[in-house]
Design a protein around this ligand. Structure first.
Ligand code: DGJ
Length: 718
């Protein structure tokens, strides 16, 4: 619900309110963001003047940095980080924006060329106008009555004739009053993506960012702000999350006794954008999620929101194919003789799709060559893709194929023909990460070409699944096609090129299911999820390490977005040995599959695989649609446990793992969550029937297990 009258603005979602006010001087002041309140008039919160310095009046522009504001000025009394910086022809860039007008629109804005929220109830657009330049800024607030997610973004418009250089163009500012906040971030590295970390917010600026051209393995484009006392299950917190996949920044700025300023959007390091007269610049959308039910409540709201309003509706609630992927089974070293036994076994086990990973094209015998040559390597696959696809069909399987559309090896026909298509700066030695270069996706001719060659493969073969990988970061940022003063546009233009290709391919091939990937989970974000309904979570498939990755990833992405596979032991990333059951249980918490040579499994493993597949078919609805409760955090405890409950609370699925054997640590209870207190549930595997209330309050005894032992329980209302 939006209430607006040109002076006060009140936004209300399911459980939150957000209020703003226009001061007499025209500055847009933030009044409140938190749990839902019924008052529509919060004018009593408007404090004009600072009690310690009564001569300072917030209607004047000397006290901006004390004011809770909706947009930060630059070089004009607000000493906090600016939300945007507009540099004019004469080099001046100070700004001071005042309220000009507002409008309320039905639905969510239709953003072109960038991933965005597909539906919303109402959108408030507040226009601010700069006193010193021809810039006006539209602040967008999309509200959904049944959700706790508020969608923010802004559009910066040059209403004059002379071009203006944007030096920074963040999407939003949100401010919280002075308080004792902690920040949650999802940080990591390759193989350890999105490990949650919670720390007090110190004075100064805390900045989460990527300058890598993708959202990165290191810092996800998510920031959680926890109020004092907030835990997994209770208390207030705020999630900030970009629908964006390129270089980003999210900042939290706090100065003594002052408000906490939260901002973010496209990373401003190295960024600039020429805005000619009459042009506008649209910033990526940001999801602000309020929770009064702890971090878990925030996650559940985000999951629902992404599923209902961001991820492709054609696939989001469709049972995902159970795949077997040959990467860890063969790496580059395969031919038909090696692949056929995997496919044949997959057919017997009830797997849905065989995915042929890296190495099927060009001269791709190692990572030194072939990228860019998207035609089959007939030395390896003598009968082309057709023989593999035929073999899949014979076994009742569908076929999926790996691409890395944004990349090129110097040893490739593509590079030999178009060396200028790789990102480079003449005279600067390129950085060869994984022996490959990145194609200049700021160029339309390059994107068109890749669309053509990938489309050809998809048209000529029966392919139902594409894994779109991206295995390196962007360096030597430079495009031969951009003039010198537009080089700062490179990173954003690059990701727009990626979105363009993703949009064109997914629209041209609506029956092909797309999975995202970036050297594991290096580009796992809501932007990518708009096009690709699931993403390879991490190259680390170890039965224990994955619990931490799934725990952290689930903070702001639904389980159905995470591709999770069972792999061999010793694990290729950690050398650890974990039970096959545990690897299956941990993988069953996402889009399920296998990443090993099925033909080399023991008979016992084959029997377990069949059982895992059967069990997954039963739980896949819960994984796609259910409410997630995180029960035992493997980063804090010797156990991992999460559960998913169906929306109608008739069913639940509980998966847990004991990490190491420690004497006497079994004597603990596990308290379930999210059940119907008054209903009776049967836990099949334990042969226990108890009420929801008992299972939540009295709990269950933890099972007695040795190192990395695990459980998976199915609960059904009786
Ligand atoms: C990185 C991915 O995460 C792996 O699953 C695999 O596809 C390799 N790339 C192939 O190069």
């Amino acid at each position: 619900m939006i209430k607006a009258n040109g002076k006060t603005f009140l936004l209300q979602g399911k459980n939150y309110s957000y209020a703003m006010h226009v001061l007499e001087s025209g500055f847009l002041q933030h009044l409140y963001y938190g749990g839902k309140i019924t008052e529509t008039d919060l004018d009593y919160l408007i404090e004009i003047g600072d009690t310690n310095a009564p001569h300072i009046d917030m209607n004047m522009d000397m006290a901006f940095d004390r004011m809770l504001s909706e947009y930060g000025f630059y070089a004009r009394g607000d000493y906090r980080e600016a939300t945007a910086v507009f540099e004019r022809k004469d080099g001046a860039s100070m700004s001071r924006l005042r309220y000009q007008s507002y409008r309320v629109e039905k639905g969510a804005p239709n953003v072109k060329g960038m991933p965005h929220v597909r539906q919303g109830d109402e959108t408030l657009v507040i226009t601010l106008k700069d006193d010193f330049s021809d810039i006006s800024v539209d602040l967008y607030y999309t509200v959904c009555d049944n959700s706790d997610v508020l969608v923010r973004s802004s559009v910066i418009r040059n209403t004059g004739r002379e071009s203006i250089m944007l030096k920074k163009a963040f999407s939003f500012r949100a401010q919280l009053p002075n308080g004792n906040y902690r920040m949650m971030r999802l940080a990591g590295t390759w193989g350890q993506e999105r490990i949650p970390e919670i720390a007090p917010i110190a004075h100064g600026i805390t900045r989460l960012q990527s300058i890598q051209g993708c959202t990165s393995h290191n810092t996800n484009c998510f920031m959680g702000i926890l109020k004092e006392g907030c835990t997994e299950d209770s208390g207030e917190c705020l999630g900030i999350q970009l629908i964006y996949s390129g270089s980003f920044a999210l900042t939290a700025e706090w100065c003594k006794n002052g408000p906490l300023t939260l901002q973010g959007g496209i990373c401003d390091t190295g960024f600039s954008w020429e805005l000619n007269g009459g042009e506008e610049f649209v910033t990526p959308q940001v999801l602000l999620t309020y929770s009064g039910e702890g971090i878990g409540g925030m996650s559940r709201s985000i999951h629902d929101f992404l599923r209902e309003r961001v991820i492709n509706p054609a696939y989001v609630y469709k049972r995902r194919p159970i795949v077997v992927n040959n990467w860890e089974a063969t790496y580059f070293d395969f031919n038909e003789e090696k692949l056929f036994p995997i496919i044949d076994e997959a057919g017997k086990l009830g797997i849905d799709t065989f995915v042929l990973d890296d190495g099927w094209f060009g001269k791709r015998d190692s990572d030194w060559s072939g990228l860019g040559d998207w035609f089959v390597n007939e030395k390896k696959l003598k009968g082309g893709l057709k023989t593999i696809i035929d073999r899949c069909k014979k076994n009742g399987l569908k076929f999926g194929l790996w691409f890395e559309p944004e990349m090129v090896n110097e040893d490739s026909d593509l590079f030999r023909t178009h060396p200028d298509w790789a990102i480079h700066k003449d005279g600067v030695e390129p950085c060869r990460s994984r022996q490959q270069l990145v194609l200049d996706f700021t160029r339309k001719d390059v994107v068109d070409n890749i669309f053509g060659v990938v489309s050809k493969v998809l048209k000529e073969n029966e392919i139902s699944y594409v894994k779109w990988d991206m295995n390196r970061n962007i360096t030597e940022v430079y495009s031969a096609q951009l003039p010198a003063h537009r080089q700062g546009e490179f990173m954003h233009r690059y990701i727009l090129g990626v979105y363009d290709l993703a949009e064109r391919l997914t629209s041209a091939f609506p029956n092909v299911f797309f999975e995202g990937c970036a050297g594991g989970g290096g580009r796992f974000d809501a932007g990518m999820l708009y096009y690709f309904s699931q993403i390879w979570t991490s190259d680390d498939t170890d039965g224990f390490e994955r619990t931490k990755i799934e725990w952290g990833t689930s903070v702001c992405y639904p389980l159905s977005a995470m591709s999770c596979h069972v792999s061999v032991c010793p694990n290729h990333q950690t050398q650890r040995i974990t039970p096959f059951e545990t690897r299956g249980n941990v993988a069953s918490l996402g889009a399920f599959g296998y990443e090993l040579d099925l033909s080399k499994m023991t008979e016992e493993e084959k029997a377990l695989t069949k059982a895992q597949i059967e069990s997954y078919k039963r739980t896949s609805e819960l994984i796609l649609k259910g409410d997630l409760y995180r029960l035992m955090n493997p980063l804090e405890k010797n156990y991992f446990c999460v559960m998913v409950v169906s929306k109608d609370k008739s069913e639940a699925y509980v998966v847990g793992e004991r990490i190491l054997g420690i004497p006497c640590d079994y004597n603990q209870y596990l308290y379930l969550c999210g059940l119907d207190e008054n209903a009776l549930y049967k836990i099949e595997e334990l042969n226990i029937t108890a009420s929801g209330k008992a299972l939540q309050n009295a709990g269950l005894l933890l099972p007695k297990l040795s190192d990395f032992g695990s459980w998976a329980w199915h609960l059904k209302k009786v």
